[in-house]
Structure formats: structure tokens, C-alpha cells
Ligand binder design. Structure first.
Ligand SMILES: [Fe+2]
Ligand SMILES: [Fe+2]
Length: 172
């Protein structure tokens, strides 16, 4: 990593954000090639049927987290392939968490484990990718992330989730 990569990070994130909820505007061929096979999976497409926060679907959320974590890691010279993939997969659950059901009680604590299990049905996960998904809810899931890319994902997810939740209040 170049010594000045951290200085480039805020600019890169600022520039990337307009594409976060407009993935059709993303022109980064490498990113598109990494995530396209995952986005073609019926299970991932189904995430478009579930609301995550405010008027944002789960599919919109994971695409935004994936793109921003990819940008974050690529700017710093970290594993941006794992970042793009784990971003798409980190909330891969097959239910609406707003609908109460004993099968997904304690969603906040348990969904990273569900996401790992569901992801394994459509792709192989590296140890890094698994850790990124499994620990993204830290500090709720007490054990902290093990890799720098996993810290990036948990940070980006929190910022994005907070922005999405606040949208509800911005519209009024
Ligand atoms: Fe999550
Ligand atoms: Fe998330």
C-alpha cells in the first residue's frame, strides 16, 4: 500500500457514493465481472423482494455495501475481490426480518451465520470472505473481525445502514 493511500480514501469514497444506489452507472469492469455471477443467482435476486431499511430493499443494501467496501479496499490495496463478494453476501437471508417468526428470532445476532450457510450453497467462500460475513455485525456478535477487509465491511455496513435508516426521517 502506498503511504498516501489513506489520503486518497475520502475522495474515492465520495466519488463512488453516487453509484451506490445506481449500480447501472458503475463503469468499473473488474467490479462488474466479480459481482455479476452472484447477482445472477436466483437467491440473491430474491433479496429485491425484502425491505431492509426505510424504502431500501435488501438487494439495494447489499449492492451499496459491496460497491463501497470494494472501493474502500481497492483504494488501500487490500483484497477488493473478497470485499465485493462479501458485500453482496453479508446479509444473504431468505426471509423478511421485519416479519416476526421463531425461525429467525434474534435476527441481529444470527443472520451472519445464516448468510454464511446460504452463501455456501451458491459459491465457495475463502476464510477471509467467511470471516467478513460472520463478523460484520460486530460488536453485536462479540468476537471481533480478524482481517482488515472484515473491519472495512463492518464499518461500511454501519455507515450505509445508518444512512438508510435515517432516510425515513429525511422525507418528512
Ligand atoms: Fe447484516
Ligand atoms: Fe448489511
Amino acid at each position: 500500500m502506498s503511504r498516501f493511500a489513506f489520503l486518497r480514501l475520502p475522495v474515492a469514497m465520495y466519488r463512488a457514493f453516487p453509484c451506490a444506489y445506481h449500480p447501472e452507472r458503475i463503469e468499473d469492469e473488474e467490479y462488474i465481472a466479480i459481482v455479476s455471477p452472484l447477482l445472477a443467482e436466483p437467491g440473491i435476486r430474491k433479496l429485491g423482494d425484502f425491505v431492509q431499511h426505510s424504502d431500501i430493499t435488501l438487494l439495494m443494501h447489499v449492492r451499496a455495501v459491496s460497491w463501497m467496501t470494494y472501493t474502500f479496499c481497492k483504494t488501500l490495496g487490500w483484497d477488493h475481490v473478497a470485499a465485493a463478494r462479501a458485500g453482496i453476501l453479508h446479509d444473504y437471508v431468505t426471509y423478511d426480518w421485519h416479519v416476526p417468526d421463531p425461525s429467525h428470532r434474534l435476527h441481529g445476532f444470527r443472520h451472519p451465520g445464516f448468510a454464511v450457510k446460504n452463501s455456501r450453497e451458491i459459491t465457495e467462500l475463502s476464510a477471509l470472505e467467511e470471516n467478513m460475513i460472520r463478523r460484520h455485525m460486530w460488536p453485536l456478535t462479540v468476537i471481533p473481525p480478524k482481517y482488515k477487509e472484515a473491519w472495512a465491511l463492518t464499518l461500511v455496513d454501519k455507515v450505509i445502514a445508518t444512512r438508510e435508516t435515517l432516510r425515513k426521517y429525511q422525507k418528512h
